[in-house]
Design a protein around this ligand. Sequence first.
Ligand SMILES: *Cc1c(COP(=O)(O)O)cnc(C)c1O
Length: 434
Amino acid sequence: MNHNETLFLRAQKSIPGGVNSPVRAFKAVGGTPAFIHKAQGAYLWDADGQRYVDYIGSWGPMILGHGHPEVLAAVSQAMQQGLSFGAPTEREIELAEEIIKLVPSMDMVRLVNSGTEASMSAIRLARGFTGRNKIIKFEGCYHGHADSLLVKAGSGLATFGHATSAGVPQEVVQDTVVLEFNNVAQLQEAFAQFGTEVACVIMEPIAGNMNFVRASVPFMQAARELSQRAGALLIIDEVMTGFRVALGGAQSLYAQQIPGFAPDLTVLGKVIGGGMPLAAFGGPKHIMEQLAPLGPVYQAGTLSGNPVATACGLTTLRLIQEPGFHAALGQRTQSLMRGLHQAATQAGLPFSVDSEGGLFGFFLLPELPSNYSQVMQTKGALFNQLFHGLLQRGVYLAPALYEAGFVSAAHTQEDIEHTIAAATEVFAEMVAGL
Ligand SMILES: *Cc1c(COP(=O)(O)O)cnc(C)c1O
């Protein structure tokens, strides 16, 4: 038995499934997860000393790569001054000001500890602000694991969703309506039926939790206009896309195509913490002032705005503002996608790719999917073969076909070429097995 196997057996005795977040267990792809010992730049090392090129980046936060010296210095300096105070600090203002500067749809921001907490709080705020209960979400979009969001679609528009987790009472999800992503007609129909009862529409602008599926421009425009007309709020969940697909997030890309586009509320996480627990939600002053202590919507947190986490996030946000940062990241990501696409196509495999900034998706499908059921047409066994073939060759992709991929500023052209060469070998094996 190698060290990973020994650790996985041991972990399963004291931690359910051996992991503290389900996707880490490799359940979708089978096999033993790599237990990570350390990371630097674009690489991870596991308990057996095997090195991997890391395309997960802690599921998004590590946009600068692991162990950036300036980030580590800021964290270490903050740490010396105290780990947590439970009282306000100047650095929280600096981080809030930085976020507001980069995302102009936000006048005010509240800092929290996780994306789950941020989405949950944004929904509470939307319900408190509008005085309405119903929320609309889309199949395949993930907004964390709050009760009201763990829902799959019912059989028709009028039927409300079903909980996707045990322990979530039907009463808690009865006000959550789940619709198909990129389906404008269905969204119109929903607003026509019960628009005046809707508190908010929440969506990922580029859905990164069903691999990589962009909201079409007409779909985004419809979500914006229909919610506005009905007096509902539009919440854009940029936990994954924020500061990663562009400095101003995905909303800045849609604003280039839809004149005057802005969400009411934005949810942020992942990159804003730079690898430490930190997330946020924000929007216009008149909505944000409904939050306690100013308004009636309660929201709080013992460790919110933690001084070490804010030092990490603030330094990360300052470093990614270097001119040309996202253009260079985008080019490197595109060269990876181009290389994989070419190698797969030459091998005769169906393959489609998309990327924006440092976020990518590829599918073992001839055309890019536009919703969850199309994503799920991927042959799981084929993806698993690709995943394990790459893992053996020192390339670490997300261990499930419905997850996006992440490139950091630390990935070099040699890392990309190594990945494409490894994939070329695996594609040949896959074709031989078909
Ligand atoms: C990761 C993610 C979340 C949840 O964030 P956590 O910090 O894991 O709670 C919410 N929304 C989106 C879009 C995410 O990618």
